[in-house]
Design a protein around this ligand. Structure first.
Ligand code: SIN
Ligand code: MN
Length: 209
């Protein structure tokens, strides 16, 4: 049985959503894609600072300098963003359905966290105005080390809920929760299940551009 926790209207935490086997398959798929041309890279944000995660964008590329999506990696190497594999798209679609959303994602950002990686509090608002207006969800899958995830409100200073995202968890925020602030304060090294084949944490966020 799937353990679905209602976090806020439009936000659902599906604990232990992916089986160990699915986690290994998804991790292997990301690592394999990430090792090819147009694979993992370190994004440099507009102030010129590197992000602490490595990133791999599938379907569409998110440009860290312009905070916008594009077909090719114009801030990295000019290569086209790799195609979003059907298998991953299907997993995201099913997880979102489980949380009550109909979802057809076309874009996935894979963030690879190491021991010192963080993600500051932010809103996901670079998708198309139509997608945001519809409240099309952001669906996240976590694999590897546990993350201390913050889920806040519609203003940066609103109170935040502290949530542990463990390996295999899915987290969905759409509808009224679509523009809530969120971030990762730290990951807990050494908490991943054995046999995943990588160090740290992979987080996949699926969106409909
Ligand atoms: C993100 O907001 O882009 C990533 C969230 C996470 O790593 O869980
Ligand atoms: Mn985000």
């Amino acid at each position: 049985m799937i353990d679905a926790l209602a976090i806020a209207p439009g936000a659902v935490h599906l604990k232990h959503y992916l089986s160990d086997k699915e986690q290994r398959i998804v991790a292997a798929e990301c690592l394999e894609l990430g090792a090819r041309d147009a694979g993992f890279y370190t994004p440099i944000v507009r102030g010129g600072h590197p992000m602490s995660v490595r990133m791999l964008c599938l379907g569409r590329h998110w440009n860290a300098r312009t905070y916008s999506y594009e077909e090719t990696r114009s801030d990295i190497d000019g290569l086209p963003a790799p195609v979003l594999p059907e298998h991953l798209e299907g997993l995201a679609r099913s997880a979102a359905n489980e949380a009550g959303f109909t979802f057809a994602p076309d874009t996935c950002i894979v963030n690879w966290y190491r021991a010192a990686s963080r993600m500051g509090l932010h809103q996901d608002k670079d998708e198309s105005p139509q997608s945001i207006a519809e409240g099309a969800p952001v669906l996240s899958l976590s694999i590897g080390d546990t993350a201390r995830f913050l889920f806040g409100g519609l203003r940066r200073r609103a109170p935040v809920q502290k949530i542990l995202l463990e390996s295999g968890d899915a987290f969905v925020f759409g509808g009224a929760a679509r523009l809530r602030y969120h971030g990762v304060t730290r990951i807990e090294p050494g908490t991943a299940p054995p046999g995943l084949g990588f160090e740290g944490r992979l987080n996949l966020t699926f969106r409909k551009y």
